[in-house]
Ligand binder design. Structure first.
Ligand SMILES: [Zn+2]
Length: 330
């Protein structure tokens, strides 16, 4: 009788969607893949039940039980205990023994981690970080998170919070962060931070002169139909690429602060590679140029480090979940 290669089940609880996929160890393609977009206002129980259905459907489809399950979760977790502390996106997840629940339902060992750590592992094993030993992964989107691979292994720290670069203070007294501090990298360089800064500059200019911002921010205001409340981070990128001076200033400042945060992490840990992912990394050439220049200028001169874009895109946490599962059966 032929022995089947064991089946890995990867689950990704994202902010707006749930994704599940199955793969065989060592393979770079999914055997099967399911994604469900979440309606607004759902709770943890709904997300859990929906994800369990996705997983079971996949197992049925490929007609093989899961040998191990890896989970990426969009919120703080205590990985050694398989515990979700809370979700950033839905109520009802507080202190949920997610690994234990899934293990009982799917009859296989389950390993969980937060999405940034999972994405770091995914990029290291399957994406831009292949062949490296010491990798910092940072995702810059509505928030800023990160994860470390050191000596070829995930590094979580004493509280599982290593890599939380989003809450490094880069601007004392700066914008208020969701964590309660001021001037955190997340509050200064995320997508919402760029939008906040653009609105602030528009309001200042408006105070000075009635038509003051018309020339410097014309393109941005056109995209936002004249309403600063409609500005998005994508509009700022698009306007900057089209020559909008105010948008370029906003991008430059956000990128400088990110570079400052990265240089601190790099100087301290000396990674061979820094991988940047998330929506804000699509802000264009100017953003990448300033991030690289600022990081280089602020980092110890004898340190050589590559700053590269993520290769797996939105699938990085899911591939990380597959890697978590793969490590269980190794
Ligand atoms: Zn913070």
């Amino acid at each position: 009788m032929m022995t089947l290669s064991p089946l890995l089940l990867a689950l990704d609880f994202g902010g707006t969607k749930l994704t599940a996929a199955v793969a065989h160890p060592g393979r770079r393609t999914w055997l099967a893949h399911r994604r469900v977009f979440l309606p607004s206002g759902v709770d943890g129980r709904y997300e859990y039940d929906t994800m369990l259905d996705l997983g079971r459907d996949l197992i049925e489809e490929v007609d093989q039980p899961a040998a191990a399950v890896g989970v990426s979760f969009g919120g703080p977790v205590y990985a050694p205990a398989g515990l979700v502390r809370r979700s950033f996106h839905a109520p009802g997840w507080e202190n949920t023994p997610l690994a234990e629940w899934l293990q009982a339902e799917l009859n296989a060992p389950v390993v969980i981690d937060n999405d940034a750590n999972a994405a770091a592992l995914g990029e290291f094993r399957f994406g831009a970080g292949q062949g490296c030993q010491h990798v910092l992964y940072v995702t810059i989107s509505t928030g800023i998170g990160g994860g470390w691979i050191l000596n070829g292994r995930p590094y979580a720290g004493a509280d599982g919070l290593a890599g939380e670069i989003g809450h490094l203070v880069v601007q004392p007294g700066g914008f208020l962060c969701p964590c309660g501090k001021r001037g955190c990298l997340e509050a200064e360089a995320s997508g919402p931070a760029m939008v906040q800064r653009a609105r602030l500059y528009l309001a200042k200019k408006k105070g000075k002169a009635r038509s003051g911002h018309s020339s410097r921010a014309r393109r941005l205001l056109e995209l936002a139909e004249g309403d600063p409340d409609k500005i998005t981070a994508q509009m700022i990128s698009e306007a900057a690429a089209g020559g909008d001076k105010l948008s370029q200033k906003v991008i430059r400042e956000a990128a400088e602060r990110l570079g400052l945060g990265l240089s601190g992490a790099i100087t301290l840990m000396n990674p061979d590679q820094v991988i940047l992912g998330g929506g804000v990394t699509k802000s264009g050439e100017l953003w990448w140029q300033i991030v690289r220049e600022t990081t280089r200028a602020q980092t110890h001169s004898e340190i050589s480090v590559e700053i590269v874009p993520a290769a797996l895109g939105d699938d990085a946490p899911l591939w990380g979940a597959a890697a978590l599962a793969e490590d269980v059966i190794r």
